[in-house]
Write a protein of this length. Structure first.
Lengths: 174, 128, 623
């Protein structure tokens, strides 16, 4: 009995170290928490078209499509860096519906930005006050979400997309 | 008879302390103090380990605005917290929820405290 | 060139340590002891050369050294260039090594212990040094050289350019790393079965020193956070803070337990356990901080391969130590004289409460990691958790602290019991009055009552001691009281500065005055300064009471040219009983938004801690 109590510290040390090792090897970024919306249905919000005030879509009406949602803004530098990659994704996945949401930005600046750098999006929604971003748990730009055919959010990425992330994490899901 | 006195004393002390805990502070209920109260329990997602209350980043300011609006609409603290947890995850709340997953976290300290005190009392008894 | 000298110093200290390790096994040879000691002295000199080479490189802004390039800039003021040596990961690990050898070096002059015990301790300390120096040599080398020629460095985070923060790591390491010697003493003592009075005396002295340094290091960190981070707080239950607190608590339990053994009572096994625990917690803490798995205000640039190295070091060192502990620890046959309540039992309760507090902090810190591994869900365990668990657990301890030094070892009688009871009743009345005249707050009530009780009871004990012993052996009889009064004062400071803090958000235009709690604040003017590496916009405030000026406070904002960061410098007027804390916000339409905190008795926190450190240091004795 005594020896058991005495061995307690070592047992604890091993158990704790195993958890820490597993965590370390998963290479998680402490600044990027896993999304709270994974496996949940896409929020049923309305989006007004950036280019046409009268055009509106409701996100829950986009059924049976794989969707990639990308939150961006004209003032966001990393967004500009990932911008060309969005065209690539579109080329590799012609059936993918790419939705851009212009977050906390001025319409005028956003339209100029897309006219200048190109528009990879099938639809661009306006989120001037950031309320749409709030529904998605966005707290920094850019953020990218993947939605599967049944309308569930299956993936979130925080930060500018890179070729590596696209090949290793996004492509396998499409 | 030392032991009944001992039990009485310790019971008294703990009861006293628990009683004090049960008496909540009466402060002026105002939206500002509610905002301070709620945002002190929330994590600023764009900072390195700070509360939304103590941070002035864009994220924190927008959350503060949203909370102010919700308080004006008479939403309760729980509703506001649940709203944020549904979107940002439990990570945004600094106090771990008291649910099955965190049961060990909340109870373990008090259980070993109780066990060690019991053990201690038994040793004292054995000594006399 | 300087990097080469530095690296050679490091490498030779490593080689010499291998020599010490090997020579230990040739005890019988004639010159082995001489070689052993000279190897220690020379490895100390080598690591010093290494450390000062790095410092020299910083002072000269030698950007051929990669570490200097990454963390320094030629426009940095000299003091911060010097402090920059240890303000980064690799440099701080080098400082760790210096201090580790330094303890070995100092210990080699010990005359109290048996020769065998002394040499075995040196052996294990050297072994520990070999572990950590191989980490630095292979995974954290500060002497890497730039392959391209660089004319300028990348600069240092401006909030780290601060005097308190400059001394904070060295002081912290004298505590943290010093516990390695305690571990070595414990393992050596276990193996030779020499945990006797001499061992206890030597361990007690070293533990007191390390613990006092650690207290100072932690306090400096808090003090810095208070005046630098700008929201009047000084403890955030940040993972890095928790990680420094755990060895501190274990060290405190050890210091108390070592006292227990001086009066015939013996808790050998427990003392050895705590001795091993302290440094285990230090290594564990280092792992958590440097592996990058925690979010903290305090994170170093991190790398998971470094993390794995330290985790392996942690596993190896602690499992080895605890295995020796399992097989070689024996207990004394004497039964503890536990009564309700004598000094022995209060010391045992102290240990129980401290260890549970330590376990709780550990649990809270790693729980998010465990949950994330199991369920991929990230939770936060922040201040609310620790305030609801650790604080209530410590409360009975604070209460007992007031009378514990006066209790007897043998009986459960408290001499002059009536005077203590009178003191408690008086203090509760005072507390009730204070609450009545200000406002009632649970923690405020508890904090004030506890601190008054501790101080009151300790003063009574002082008086009794003076009556019984005069000023003879003053320190031996009264040292505990000094430390406890320090704790009481600190609790008073903590309670009042949090519960009774006043916060005001005001807007000022130039020459406008506003009143807060009887004090009048006036924004006189704003000034702009151009300094060596930053530009400063300063608001000059005057504080008046009863129409007389009592202070001039100058909060400011700084823009650092190199890192392009804006920092807010708080303006503080420190008064014995209150701090006036002003933060300059943003300007709109010639009106400045200003935050003013009035923190009552906040400086008592620092006074209390200084008393604790003094008490720890003067407790170091020859007998």
């Amino acid at each position: 009995m005594n020896k058991l109590i005495l061995s307690l510290p070592i047992i604890l040390i091993f158990i704790i170290s195993i958890f820490l090792l597993i965590f370390l090897l998963q290479n998680k970024d402490p600044n990027v928490p896993p999304s709270a919306l994974l496996d949940k249905k896409i929020p049923p919000v309305n989006l007004v078209d950036l280019f046409n005030d009268n055009k509106l879509i409701n996100l829950s009406n986009l059924k049976n499509k794989e969707i990639l949602i990308n939150f961006f803004a004209s003032w966001c530098a990393p967004c500009k860096v990932e911008h060309p990659l969005l065209f690539q994704i579109k080329k590799q996945n012609p059936n993918l519906y790419i939705l851009g949401i212009n977050h906390k930005d001025k319409k005028h600046d956003a339209i100029n930005y897309l006219n200048q750098d190109g528009n990879p999006y099938d639809f661009v929604g306006v989120d001037k006050k950031g309320l749409i971003g709030l529904e998605f748990g966005v707290f920094g730009l850019p953020e990218t979400f993947l939605i599967n055919k049944s309308g569930k959010i299956i993936y979130k990425y925080l930060g500018p997309l890179t070729k590596k992330v696209i090949t290793n994490e996004i492509q396998p899901l499409l | 008879m030392k032991y009944s006195l001992f039990y009485k004393k310790s019971l008294f002390i703990y009861f006293y302390i628990i009683l004090i805990f049960l008496i909540t502070t009466i402060s002026e209920a105002s939206i500002e103090s509610d905002i301070k109260n709620i945002t002190s329990k929330l994590r600023c997602m764009t900072c390195q380990n700070q509360t939304i209350y103590s941070s002035d980043t864009e994220f924190s300011l927008s959350i503060k605005k949203i909370i102010r609006q919700k308080l004006k609409n008479n939403e309760s603290e729980k509703e506001i917290m649940d709203f944020l947890i549904n979107r940002y995850g439990e990570y945004i709340v600094l106090e771990p929820k008291f649910n099955k997953q965190n049961l060990f976290l909340w109870l373990f300290p008090f259980i070993i405290l109780a066990l060690s005190l019991v053990f201690f009392i038994l040793r004292i008894r054995k000594n006399t | 060139m300087i990097s080469l000298i530095g690296f050679s110093g490091l490498f030779f200290s490593f080689l010499l340590s291998i020599l010490i390790f090997v020579i230990y096994f040739f005890q019988n040879k004639k010159y082995s002891e001489k070689i052993l000691y000279y190897a220690i002295y020379s490895s100390f000199v080598c690591i010093l050369i290494s450390f000062f080479s790095l410092m020299f490189a910083y002072i000269n802004s030698d950007f051929t050294n990669y570490n200097v390039f990454q963390n320094s800039h030629s426009s940095k003021p000299l003091l911060y260039k010097i402090a920059g040596t240890w303000s980064n990961h690799e440099g701080s690990m080098l400082l760790w090594l210096v201090i580790m050898i330094f303890y070995n070096f100092l210990f080699s002059f010990n005359k109290t212990l048996d020769n065998n015990l002394k040499k075995l301790t040196i052996f294990f300390q050297t072994l520990l040094y070999l572990c950590f120096s191989s980490y630095v040599l292979f995974a954290s080398n500060p002497f890497l050289v730039n392959s391209i020629e660089m004319n300028e460095g990348l600069g240092l985070n401006p909030i780290l350019q601060d005097p308190a923060l400059a001394i904070h790591p060295p002081m912290l390491y004298f505590g943290y790393v010093g516990f390695s010697l305690i571990l070595s003493l414990a393992i050596a003592g276990l193996i030779l079965d020499k945990i006797n009075t001499k061992w206890i005396l030597v361990t007690k002295n070293w533990t007191l020193f390390c613990w006092s340094m650690l207290t100072g290091g932690i306090a400096l960190g808090s003090y810095w956070a208070y005046y630098e981070l700008g929201w009047g707080g000084w403890w955030f239950w940040d993972p890095v803070e928790n990680v420094s607190l755990m060895p501190w608590i274990a060290g405190l339990a050890l210091v108390h337990s070592l006292m227990l053994t001086q009066k015939e009572q013996l808790l050998k096994r427990w003392i050895v356990f705590l001795s091993i625990l302290c440094f285990s917690l230090s290594i564990f803490g280092t792992f958590l901080v440097r592996s990058g798995i925690l979010t903290s205000v305090h994170s170093f640039a991190s790398d998971s391969s470094r993390g794995i190295f330290i985790l392996i070091l942690f596993l190896v060192i602690t499992s080895f130590s605890f295995i020796v502990f399992i097989f070689k620890s024996t207990d004394s046959n004497k039964n503890l004289n536990l009564l309700f309540l004598n000094k022995t039992s209060t010391l045992v309760i102290n240990n129980i409460l401290m260890i549970i507090a330590c376990i709780t902090i550990l649990l809270g810190t790693i729980y998010p990691i465990i949950i994330e591994v199991i369920s991929n869900n990230r939770i936060s365990v922040g201040a609310p958790y620790y305030n609801s668990t650790v604080l209530p657990i410590l409360l009975p301890g604070f209460l007992l602290m007031s009378v514990a030094p006066a209790l007897s070892w043998q009986t459960n009688k408290l001499p002059k019991l009536k005077s203590y009871l009178f003191s408690f009743i008086l203090m509760s009345i005072i507390t009730l009055l204070v609450s009545y005249f200000t406002f009632f707050n649970t923690w405020g009530f508890i904090g004030i009552f506890l601190s008054l009780s501790i101080i009151g009871a300790s003063l009574i004990s002082f008086y009794n001691n003076y009556n019984n012993y005069g000023l003879k052996k003053f320190i031996i009889y009264n040292n505990a009281l000094i430390a406890h009064i320090g704790v009481g004062i600190m609790i008073m400071g903590i309670t009042c500065s949090s519960v009774f803090q006043s916060e005001s958000n005001l807007s000022f235009s130039i020459n406008e005055t506003k009143e807060v709690n009887g004090y009048v604040y006036k924004l006189e003017e704003t000034k702009i300064y151009n300094k060596k590496n930053y530009q400063e916009l300063m608001g000059v405030f005057k504080i008046y009471k009863n129409n007389k000026i009592i202070a001039k406070v100058k909060p400011s904002k700084r823009y650092y040219n190199v890192s392009k960061m804006i920092t807010t410098e708080v303006g503080i007027y420190r008064h014995w009983f209150q701090d006036f804390y002003i933060i300059l916000g943003s300007e709109n339409d010639n009106k400045w938004s200003v935050k003013i905190y009035q923190n009552p008795l906040v400086n008592f926190i620092w006074f209390g801690v200084v008393l604790m450190i003094i008490s720890g240091l003067i407790g170091i004795r020859k007998k």
